[in-house]
Write a protein that binds this ligand. Sequence first.
Ligand code: MTE
Length: 301
Amino acid sequence: MAHRWINTLTHDDVTPLAAFMNRRSVMAGLAAGVGLAGIGGAAQAQDALEPNSYEDITQYNNYYEFGTGKNDPAANAHMLTTEPWSVKIDGLVDKPGDYAMADIMDAMTIEERIYRFRCVEAWSMVIPWNGFELADLLTMAGVQTDAKYVAFETALRPDEMPGVRFPVLDWPYVEGLRLDEAMHPLTIMATGIYGKPIPNQNGAPMRLVVPWKYGFKSIKSIVRITLTDKEPPTSWNKANAREYGFYSNVNPEVDHPRWSQASERPIGGGLFAKRKPTLMMNGYADEVAGLYDGMDLKVHF
Ligand code: MTE
């Protein structure tokens, strides 16, 4: 079981898979040290995913800087100024600095990735993202050999974010990945949905998407990326370490202390939509399980 890979700008403009796999495997091999076998396996295992509607994806959100209700981000996120935007890349990199979003967009190859998205609250969607591989951005900044983790930070703008008046989380929202997770070809920076620029409520102008992890790892509206040699703090882990671990890989066999993670509620199927079983690593285990060889996933949840 896996995602469907499409390297086009829009949902309707599909490049033949064979041509795509050719290019992608070369690129992924260079950028992330992943060989043909890994990517080819993913292609063979592909199954068609039916994306949620644009409305589902942009009206039912979690973005607590704009309020904790599912409709609050859609109602309030228009207040966020996303142009101009820049991202500070610092820490253990050869070329630290403030990177203008416009320059990043010029340098990166934008493609479409249709991914499952599974929130820790046990709802799910299928989202056709547009974006680029995080590995390409990190490679541009020049990752130094002693870097082991990547820390991410969301903008903190009390004048534009009504939700940060409330101490729901310790603002700014921060997240982190191990370097090998960050460099994995499935990990992307999303800049669009359905071929349109990503709406503010979904994390404009650039948000992380790590499809095998619970949605809260996919941090929105990123202003800073820091390469480090220590595991970085993460917002939900700081808020409740017993309930939210650093890894947060989707795992139907490890329940949240307050609810089961064995199944999920697909958004958009109507009030009586049937729950469906949650897949190990959200259906991406063939591609990513190797990252966790030898680790007890109940301990490193
Ligand atoms: N990023 C920031 N900065 N603030 C947030 O509240 N919520 C997270 C994640 N990224 C969040 C965030 C959670 S809990 C989820 S499930 C996803 O964003 C939701 O992404 P979506 O609204 O695009 O579906």
